[in-house]
Each structure stands twice: as structure tokens, then as C-alpha cells.
Design a protein around this ligand. Structure first.
Ligand code: PEP
Ligand code: MG
Length: 896
């Protein structure tokens, strides 16, 4: 038979699934011999049954009775007894901590009779009536659903009548009167009297705690924290100890180390003559925990000793709740404490030094998300600021600058030494220069994988996207908010890419020493490095030594490549070539696209060739000794041509004015011819290579000639030529044949020999994954393009869906995270595994990597490790995160 109730002495800390975090840790502390008031825990399984059927599972009531009877025997008192009542607290506790989201009821067992018994036993009438009024208040709000303000208002009235603001000034009579008032509130609110039967109180409180799992705020919190909605909460029923028995009593919370910096010491708050939530509720000013030493040295010393015991036992920073009842210390709760990113790293290395954990375990105590948090400059938290609006936190960091609305102005003003923020409705590849020049980017449309977000993250530039309350009028150069405030060009804004905040004016920024360290400008062994930098360095060193996955970078320029090397990149996994075709070169590309004869096209391609050779030489040189995957041109051609609508309008106006429009008309005809309804599914990738003869050939020529020249200089190069958007092996065969011809040209050779190179393909279409065994015959490597693979597997347009219906999908729980951010393991992940398996069948030594945005996402990195890939490739600023997570994945994976 299922067991629904466990005595505190029966469980342990590993039973969080069943007993909740609180129940499991109370059991652990009980078994450690720490002073925990006796009690029992009703399981999450009982809660799930209650929520499913609206009733307690069969057998639960009986088990509760047996445990209550045992508790009464142990305490020598009966629940709610008229002369010497046992009182209990009924507390919620789920597997994952959900602070303040669910309910707790204290002092259960008090009624009109037992309150007198309690007063006599304690020799303190005020205490008894104060406890009773607290019960009616908590029970009324939590169990009977009466708005909490009604009780709070009555308490305020009582204090006002007494001429005080402090609840301690209310005497026994005041509390007695307040109980009467509260009972009236209960009668008014529910049409019945406050229940006097102690067992009924307890049972109702247990059910209310079960139900509070589904309260709106608990639901919101779970969604935010990605806690599954079906776990349910456990309920701990604990014999009451009282912190409100006078000034020799009190209640407090404490951390075994500083949860914000990780520093060792005594951190916490204490409140004399107080109970339960009083400390966190802020009803009175608390004392620093260190003050307790003066107030009650014996309890303080015991508390410090217990904190040491807990740290040694949990081998981690713990937080605790305790109560002192007339000089006797009781432990009410402990758990491994939440902490800031900085504290996570610092504490992990302290614990290694203290011999409590080894380096492998330390690695599991930190996360890539925490590391990311430490890398970005940040706003001074204490500074005053005025919020304009909030958008999506698309790329972390803190940026301040004068608002500009177009790329040209951004570049011009930045050149003049001004800090600017580029504000757009959304960005496109034309805004690249402006984005580079700006401190940060703010858009009113688009999500976390919009162009602005992806590019900004790639550049390590702060971005807030999709700030929908802002009306961005690029022509009038102004932003208008919902409530009519205006920001015009030149006004200063501050944007926080970590939480999406947009502030008026300049908020002060503090730099990140961790970033300075990754840039190679701060020696972790020097005096300039602080504890945090030293801790990050130690953990990174261990991650690198532990990981199997290699980490490469997505980089398109020599500068990015050089930075990536400093950050620890082991090669380039994706060099996109489209950015090389913008700016001044756009006209040449336009000419290639519009050429009507082979000769015309060849001429424009010939003009592009030396420029591309320069591009590839810079990158191969910066990555000397490491592999460099260069992708042949991928985007739809229209991206290199003028916009159809703009050009149509331009021609119409010129015709109206009687101007000569011959050349624009020709252009317009071509733009119309190349216009596509779904360009992402149109003429792009390998299809371009086949439909526009000579285009890929020019790029391949540039790669192999750059490689040959460098090799002749003695520079070690390792180029990998990557063909995008392949769906069938025949496409790849056609390109391969072209490549083979080019590499036998003398300019691509040194001493009559072709410089070694590899040819492979991206796997970014479902058909490519499904036919991977065939494709592997013509590919020496696969690189999973999980951006397109997600787009094509789900049928989601990656440019549109995030800002249209993803929020609805996230809210309804259709997915927990955007599949463009974190790999969809069951769908897209399945295709990755399939192609891995099939590809290796054909070619056992095929090299496998991933270069979509997921390559820098912590959870996805763990998946790619398990899937058996050789490397992940991500934007430069996410390299340290990928290194760390790859190390962590090696530590946890079953296959290692
Ligand atoms: C991809 O599709 O995952 C990829 C890396 O290519 P892009 O984002 O350039 O389409
Ligand atoms: Mg792609």
C-alpha cells in the first residue's frame, strides 16, 4: 500500500521528489541529531492525488491520525488540549524552492478554550492571544480565502487606536479584542464561524496547502523558473515552537556564507519576540545576526556550530530558518542556498580548498548562464533610474548612449567620439555598420533570434528587442511611448540587456573583471585579480581539462577570429561569407546577379575575387594552426538587391517627373524576376551555387588561393569548405566536381600540390538528415545548422514567429523555451542523432559539429555532448560558456 505520511525521522535529503525540499531537509537535520521540533510530512504523491480527484487519497487520513497520535505521545500533549495544547505548523514544501508562492499556517490547534490553557502554561496571556490572532489571520486568508487586507486593516486599526505602529505594544486585551474582530471578519467573509475543532483546523490547512500549488502566483513562478506543473507540494506538519514568547525568544534567517559575494562569515537577520514570517515580512526592523551574540551568546554559539555542521554535511552554502524559544534554539528549515553568479564561483573554489568537494564537483556547482552573467558590464544596482519601458533581454550587458535611428548617423556620430544607441523597429543586414558603431541596439519588434538579437549576441553587444510599447518613427527620428513620452535623436538612454530594462538618461556602469580576464588583459595570478577572477580561472581550467567536445567560433572577420582565440576557440566552425558582400561590394554582387551574359558575370566575379582572397587570408592567418570552416554564400539573392517596394516607388515618381528611368526599370524587372514569396525556402544556399554559375567557383578559388599563398609563406592553414542548405547528395556532387577542378589550378597549389582542404556540408534540412548516409559519401564533415533545421522541421519562419505567437506558446506551455534558443531534443535533436548515426555508418571518421545558435546554449551543449558530436561552434562571446558547459557535460554524462 502506498505510504503517504513520513515521520521526520524516516526520510532523508535525497527524497525531495516525495517529501519536498523542506520535508527532505527536515528529515536530514533530524537524523543528524540537530534540534528540529518533531513532526511528519505528507507526500507530494498525496498532493497530486488530491489535486487530481479533489479529495485526499484513501488511507491518508488514517495515516495522518496515526502520526499525529505518535507526535502527541512524543510531546506528551494533545493537539488543541484545553489545559496544555500541542500546536502545530502546517507548511508547504515542493521539490524545488518556490519562495513565498505557497502557503503556511502556524499555531494550528488554538481555539477559545486552548488559548487559555496556552496562556496558563506559558504564564503569558499576551503571547497566547497574539498566537491565536495570528492563527485566525493566517487561516482566514489561506484556508478560507478571505482577502488578507481585511485582517491587515483590522490590525492597523488596533495599532492606531493604541497610538502605536509596533505590534509589540498591543497587550493581551488588545490581542483578545483583535481575535474577536478577526472572527467577525471570518463570519462576514464565509458565513460560518472560525472552526474550533483542532483536527478540522489541521485537515483544512493541509488541503489549503495542497491547493496552493495551483495558485495563480505559483503557476506564474513555475513557468518563469521552468518548474514542471505536475509535481505537487508536500506538507510538513511540525510541532510549534515559539519565537514570540518574550524578548528571550525570537526568529531568524541565516546563510552560512554571504550569498551575494560568497565571502565567509555570518550573514542573516534576527528579530526578537517574533514569529514565522515576521522577519521576511518586514513588519519591524531586523537585527544583523551578529547581534545575537550579544543578546543570547549560548544560542548564538550553538547556531554557529550547527551552521558548520550543515555546511560540512551538505558540502555547500546553506540557508536556514531558526527560532529561539526562551533561550532554546530550534532549527525549522535548511536548504542549499540560492546565490548570485559571483558567489557560485567563489564558493565552489572555497569548498575545494576546504576539502569538502573536488574539482569535478565544483564544476557542477556553476553554470554557463552564471558565467554569462559575470562577463557583461553592468549597471550600478544602487543608482537611481527612471524606467521608460521593458523589452526582451536579447543580448546581455549594459549600454548607454545617444539615440540614433539609422546606421549612417550611428557611424558618423561614433566616429566623432560619441557613444550612441541604435534604435530601429527591427534591424537588417544593412544596419551592421551602425550596430558595430553603437554601444547597444534597441528594437521595438522581433524576438531573441531576430537579426538584431543574433548579430548583437555575436558581437557581444547589448541588445533589448521587441520593446513593443515603443513607437519608433525612423523618419521623424523619435520614439513615442504608450503614455505619450517622447525621446528624440540625441537623447540619452540606458538599456539593460540582462533584464530588458530601458531607462531615460545615463545610468552608471561598472565593468566586468571576468571579461577583462577572458580578453587576456588580467593575469589571474597577479595581485590585480580578485577572488572571483581567480575562481573563474580555476574552474575554466578544470572544464577545459575535462571536456570531450571541442569549441569553435562563428566568426567572419580576422578581428573576431583573433578575439575568439583569446577566448579559447579551437578553430572556426562557421565563417559566414555574406557580410563580405555588403557595403561597397554590393554593387559588384548586384552586377553578378543581374548579369545577362556569361561574360558580364565573369567580369564582376573577377572583380570580387581579389577582395575575397583578402578576406580569407586575414581569417586563415588569424587562425593559424586551427581549422577554419568557410561557408559558401547562403542567403537569398534579393538581400543583395534593392527593395522591391522602394524601387517601384522610386521608378513611379521618376516617371511622373518625366525623368529617364531606363536603368532603374531594368533593375526593377530583375528585382521582380527574382522576387520570392518565401525567400528562406527559395533560391539560396547550394541552389545559388548551381543556378548562378561561377559564384561558388569564385569563392572556392579565393579560399584555396589564400591558403596556398599562406602555406607558401610557412603559415599552417587548415581550410574546410562548407556547402549550405544541401538536401540531396546530387547537389553536393555537382559542387564537389566544380571544387575539384578549381583546386587543381596552379594558383591553388604549392610546389605542384594542392594545399590540403576538406569539403563538407551543413545539415540544416530534414531531408539532409534523413539521407545523411548518402550525403556522407560526398562530405568529409557535417555541421548541423540548427537554426534552419529548427525552422524547417517545425515549419516556423525564424524571422517572424518569435514576435508573433511564441509568447502564446510559451504561456500555454507548448514549449518551455523557444526551440530557436534551446535545442528541441525530441524533434530537431532526433534528426541530429539520426544524421550522426547514418553519417558515421558511411564514413566512420566523419567530423561532426554544430554551428547554429544552439552551439552556445548551455542545455543544448549537453545534448550535443551526449549525441556524440566532435565540436560546437558559437559566437565569440559565448565561447567561455560553451567551454564551461562542455566540461560540465563530460562530468555528468553516463558515457564518460
Ligand atoms: C543555421 O542555419 O543554423 C546556420 C548556422 O546558418 P544561418 O543561421 O546562417 O542560416
Ligand atoms: Mg542556415
Amino acid at each position: 500500500m502506498t505510504k503517504f505520511v513520513f515521520d521526520f525521522a524516516e526520510g532523508d535529503r535525497d527524497q525531495k521528489d516525495l517529501l519536498g525540499g523542506k520535508g527532505a531537509n527536515l528529515a536530514e537535520m533530524t537524523n543528524l541529531g540537530l534540534p528540529v521540533p518533531p513532526g511528519f510530512t505528507i507526500t507530494t504523491e498525496a498532493c497530486r492525488a488530491y489535486l487530481a480527484h479533489g479529495d485526499e487519497p484513501a488511507g491518508m487520513a488514517r495515516e495522518v491520525s496515526d502520526h499525529l497520535a505518535a507526535l502527541e505521545r512524543a510531546m506528551g500533549r494533545t493537539l488543541g488540549d484545553a489545559d496544555d495544547p500541542l500546536l502545530v505548523s502546517v507548511r508547504s514544501g515542493a521539490k524545488f524552492s518556490m519562495p513565498g508562492m505557497m502557503e503556511t499556517v502556524l499555531n494550528v490547534g488554538l481555539n477559545d478554550t486552548s488559548v487559555e490553557g496556552l496562556a496558563r502554561q506559558a504564564g503569558d496571556e499576551r503571547f497566547a492571544w497574539d498566537s491565536y490572532r495570528r492563527l485566525v489571520q493566517m487561516f482566514g486568508a489561506t484556508v478560507l480565502d478571505i482577502p488578507a487586507e481585511r485582517f491587515a486593516d483590522a490590525l492597523d486599526d488596533a495599532k492606531r487606536a493604541k497610538g502605536t505602529k509596533d505590534d509589540l505594544d498591543l497587550d493581551a486585551d488588545d490581542c483578545r479584542t483583535l481575535v474577536d474582530t478577526y472572527k467577525g471578519v471570518v463570519r462576514d467573509g464565509t458565513g460560518r464561524d472560525f472552526p474550533q475543532d483542532p483536527r478540522e483546523q489541521m485537515d483544512l490547512a493541509v488541503r489549503a496547502v495542497f491547493s496552493s500549488w495551483n495558485s495563480p502566483r505559483a503557476n506564474v513562478y513555475r513557468r518563469q523558473e521552468r518548474i514542471p506543473a505536475d509535481l505537487g507540494t508536500a506538507v510538513s506538519v511540525c510541532s510549534m515552537v515559539f519565537g514570540n514568547l518574550g524578548m528571550d525568544s525570537g526568529t531568524g534567517v541565516a546563510f552560512t556564507r554571504d550569498p551575494s559575494s560568497g565571502a565567509r562569515g555570518v550573514y542573516g537577520d534576527y528579530l526578537q519576540n517574533a514569529q514565522g514570517e515576521d522577519v521576511v515580512a518586514g513588519i519591524r526592523n531586523t537585527l544583523a545576526l551578529a547581534e545575537l551574540e550579544r543578546i543570547d551568546k549560548t544560542s548564538y554559539d550553538q547556531l554557529i556550530e550547527i551552521m558548520t555542521t550543515l555546511e560540512n554535511h551538505y558540502r555547500d552554502l546553506c540557508d536556514i530558518e531558526f527560532t529561539i524559544e526562551r533561550g532554546k534554539l530550534w532549527m525549522l528549515q535548511t536548504r542549499v542556498g540560492k546565490r548570485t553568479a559571483a558567489a557560485a564561483f567563489t564558493v565552489a573554489t572555497q569548498l575545494i580548498d576546504e576539502g569538502l568537494i573536488d574539482a569535478d564537483e565544483a564544476l557542477q556547482r556553476v553554470t554557463g548562464a552564471q558565467l554569462a552573467n559575470l562577463m557583461f558590464p553592468r549597471f550600478d544596482r544602487d543608482a537611481e533610474k527612471e524606467l521608460l519601458t521593458t523589452g526582451m533581454n536579447a543580448s546581455p550587458g549594459a549600454a548607454v548612449g545617444a539615440v540614433v535611428f539609422d546606421s549612417r548617423t550611428a557611424v558618423r556620430r561614433a566616429k566623432a567620439g560619441e557613444k550612441v544607441l541604435l534604435v530601429r523597429r527591427e534591424t537588417n543586414p544593412d544596419d551592421l555598420d551602425g550596430m558595430i558603431a553603437a554601444e547597444g541596439v534597441l528594437t521595438s519588434r522581433g524576438g531573441r533570434t531576430s537579426h538584431a538579437a543574433v548579430v548583437a549576441r555575436g558581437m557581444g553587444k547589448t541588445a533589448v528587442c521587441g520593446a513593443e510599447e515603443l513607437e519608433v518613427d525612423v523618419k521623424a527620428k523619435k520614439i513615442t511611448t504608450d503614455d505619450g513620452r517622447e525621446v528624440v535623436e540625441g537623447d540619452i538612454l540606458s538599456i539593460d540587456g540582462t533584464d530588458g530594462g530601458v531607462y531615460l538618461g545615463e545610468v552608471p556602469v561598472v565593468p566586468s573583471p571576468v571579461m577583462t580576464y577572458f580578453e587576456g588583459e588580467l593575469d589571474p595570478d597577479s595581485d590585480r585579480a580578485d577572488d572571483l577572477v581567480r575562481a573563474v580561472h580555476r574552474i575554466m581550467t578544470h572544464a577545459d581539462a575535462s571536456r570531450r567536445l571541442r569549441v569553435r567560433v562563428n566568426a567572419d572577420t580576422g578581428d573576431d577570429a583573433a578575439r575568439a582565440r583569446r577566448f579559447g576557440a579551437q578553430g572556426i566552425g562557421l565563417c559566414r561569407t555574406e557580410h563580405m558582400f555588403l557595403g561597397d561590394r554590393r554593387e559588384l554582387v548586384e552586377a553578378v546577379v543581374l548579369a545577362e551574359t556569361r561574360d558580364e558575370r565573369e567580369k564582376s566575379l573577377a572583380a570580387l575575387l581579389p577582395l575575397q582572397i583578402e578576406d580569407f587570408t586575414a581569417i586563415l592567418r588569424a587562425m593559424e594552426g586551427l581549422p577554419v570552416t568557410i561557408r559558401l554564400l547562403d542567403p537569398p539573392l534579393h538581400e543583395f538587391l534593392p527593395d522591391l517596394t522602394e524601387l517601384t516607388v522610386k521608378v513611379a515618381i521618376a516617371q511622373e517627373r518625366g525623368e529617364d528611368t531606363t536603368s532603374d526599370e531594368e533593375l526593377l524587372t530583375a528585382v521582380r524576376r527574382l522576387h520570392e514569396q518565401n525567400p528562406m525556402l527559395g533560391l539560396r544556399g547550394v541552389r545559388l551555387g548551381i543556378a548562378v554559375p561561377g559564384l561558388f567557383a569564385m569563392q572556392v578559388r579565393a579560399i584555396t588561393r589564400a591558403a596556398a599563398t599562406l602555406a607558401a609563406e610557412g603559415v599552417s592553414v587548415d581550410p574546410e569548405i562548407m556547402v549550405p542548405l544541401v538536401g540531396a547528395v546530387q547537389e553536393l556532387q555537382a559542387i564537389n566536381a566544380e571544387i575539384a577542378e578549381i583546386t587543381s589550378e596552379p594558383e591553388s597549389q604549392v610546389d605542384g600540390k594542392t594545399v590540403p582542404y576538406a569539403v563538407g556540408t551543413m545539415i540544416e534540412l530534414p531531408r539532409a538528415a534523413i539521407t545523411a548516409a548518402q550525403i556522407a559519401e560526398s562530405a568529409e564533415f557535417f555541421s548541423f545548422g540548427t537554426n534552419d533545421l529548427t525552422q524547417t522541421t517545425w515549419g516556423f519562419s525564424r524571422d517572424d514567429v518569435e514576435s508573433s505567437f511564441f509568447s502564446a506558446y510559451l504561456e500555454t506551455g507548448i514549449f518551455g523555451a523557444s526551440p530557436f534558443e534551446s535545442i528541441d531534443v525530441e524533434g530537431v535533436g532526433y534528426l541530429v542523432e539520426l544524421a550522426t548515426r547514418e553519417g558515421r555508418k558511411t564514413r566512420p571518421d566523419i567530423q561532426l559539429g554544430i554551428c547554429g545558435e544552439h552551439g552556445g546554449d548551455p542545455e543544448s551543449v549537453h545534448f550535443f555532448h551526449q549525441a556524440g558530436l566532435d565540436y560546437v561552434s558559437c559566437s565569440p562571446f559565448r565561447i567561455p560558456i560553451a567551454r564551461l558547459e562542455a566540461g560540465r557535460a563530460s562530468g555528468t554524462a553516463a558515457d564518460d
